[in-house]
Design a protein around this ligand. Sequence first.
Ligand code: SAM
Length: 194
Amino acid sequence: MDARQKWDRIYSKSCVEEPAACWVLSEYAYLLPESGRAVDVASGRGGNALLLAGAGLQTTAIDISSVGLEQLQSSAQKRSLDIRIRAESLSSSSLSEGQWDVIVVSNYLQRDLFAGLEVALRPGGLLYYETFVKNKTDESVGPGNPEFLLDDNELLNAIPNLKVRVFIDLQNTGKTDKGCRNRSCLVAQKPLSK
Ligand SMILES: C[S@@+](CC[C@H](N)C(=O)[O-])C[C@H]1O[C@@H](n2cnc3c(N)ncnc32)[C@H](O)[C@@H]1O
């Protein structure tokens, strides 16, 4: 079964919960610009896209699963939001150069996209990235395959030309029942000029 079939099947199972934005986008939504173009990368059912469009950004969602994207369209219509959808498999050329004021990636790791994320941002644009780490405190969450899990501090160094505004990678330090565990989170900004 390929990725599209796998995710179409997952999203086809009945789901009553409304999709929610990832933690780092919800928590730091106050950093968003008041207007501009935003993209939710590997959006799934589009919790991030719904937040971005609701914040007044012209929003696109990209995902391989047309079932997930149909569910996003239905959620957007219910909220009278306009979200452009693109059903495609992500590659390094999926995001055009200098187009986006905001890029969000959550719960998805495709390392060959990292360099393209920087190029795709407009100067001053923001990248929100949140996904699972290898050193989870709860093994039952996120992928089991280490290929899809971040190393300690990997996200901090993944896109070196961006300026880090927020970085969280608690690993298993201290009281592991507190704080954002199992995931690492980044908000980073493309400099206005190099
Ligand atoms: C764990 S879900 C995350 C969805 C959403 N970002 C979230 O945080 O809820 C991973 C998503 O990646 C999508 N995906 C997997 N492989 C992909 C690919 N090659 N190109 C585009 N999307 C892909 C899946 O369809 C699925 O929606």
